[in-house]
Design a binder for this molecule. Structure first.
Ligand code: SF4
Ligand code: SF4
Ligand code: FES
Length: 283
């Protein structure tokens, strides 16, 4: 009996069939997939599934296999299967990752444990409610050039390169999930989070934008809560240097604007009050 025949027989034994086109890639191994299933108000439980291993299989493949063959009720969100739509975020073996980018043969031996993002409210199984992120997005004023300045514009390459990094964001919200300000302190109501510090930076660093969003980011956005732990940068699948290239420049602008003594005296003489109470501090 060939390996493929043996695996097919094993798959049939557990009541499963390889997905169309995947037979030739069967490795003979079985993935011990454990998925946290549940709904709000219920008691989520880890359910174990045995999935035939296919060469190059990613976690999303295994979840799809379960949906097609073993448990049609299992809910997960995905769209592109190409690490570009940001939909399939989950916590695999405790790490926030894109399921479609996480190869099973690169994970440590043992069960593959898949949980939904912990920071966001659960909808069902692996699907969470990330709508708070879109509310934050709407709070941030959009790109605003000077009145009458409609282009075409000439922008230096160095500025284009800087903005390009921010524009790589796919809104997977893995950085929001891992940030302890949102995850442990539950400050989603007063903290924009790393993804939106990236968005603010992309607007603030744009050479043709004339608005100043730094005050708002400090007061409504809670920039001061961030203590530069860099966890967000570590999980970003687009390798955006969130802390070094977005958060720290925003903090520097904030410090220049509010804590520079010369500017302070200038504001005092002009009778200006600083925006917000300025009391937020890092944790
Ligand atoms: S660096 Fe700041 S935004 Fe990023 S995870 Fe740490 S506290 Fe959160
Ligand atoms: S900054 Fe990175 S981790 Fe955060 S939402 Fe964008 S792509 Fe995802
Ligand atoms: S399915 Fe689009 S990023 Fe994974």
């Amino acid at each position: 009996m060939t390996t493929v025949e043996r695996v097919r027989e094993e798959a049939a034994h557990i009541g499963a069939q390889p997905a169309a086109g995947q037979e030739s890639g069967l490795t003979g191994d079985t993935v011990d997939l454990r998925v946290l299933k549940g709904v709000p108000g219920g008691a989520p439980e880890e359910v174990a599934y045995q999935v035939p291993m296919v060469t190059g299989m990613v976690v999303l493949d295994a979840v799809h296999y379960v949906q097609h063959n073993l448990d049609t009720d299992l809910a997960c969100r995905w769209n592109c299967k190409a690490a570009k739509c940001g939909s399939c975020s989950a916590e695999v073996n405790g790490h926030p990752v894109l399921m479609c980018k996480t190869r099973i043969d690169e994970l440590p031996a043992g069960p593959v444990v898949v949980h939904p993002l912990k920071t966001f409210p659960l909808i069902k199984d692996l699907v969470t409610d990330v709508s708070r992120n879109y509310e934050i997005n709407r709070e941030i004023p959009q790109f605003t050039p000077a009145p009458g300045d409609e282009g075409p514009w000439r922008i230096q390459q160095v500025d284009i390169d800087r903005l390009y990094e921010y524009r790589r964001c796919i809104e997977c919200f893995l950085c929001q999930d891992v940030c302890h300000i949102m995850r442990s302190h539950h400050y989603a109501d007063r903290f924009y989070g790393p993804r939106f510090f990236v968005r603010v930076a992309s607007l603030e660093m744009h050479p043709k934008d004339v608005l100043n969003r730094v005050d708002q980011t400090r007061t409504d956005g809670g920039l001061g809560y961030c203590n530069i732990t860099k966890c967000c940068t570590e999980v970003c699948p687009e390798h955006i240097h969130i802390t070094d290239n977005a958060i720290i420049p925003l903090k520097e602008r904030n410090a220049d604007r509010h804590w520079d003594p010369v500017r302070f005296v200038g504001r005092f003489l002009r009778g200006e009050r600083p925006a917000g109470d300025g009391t937020q501090q890092g944790h």
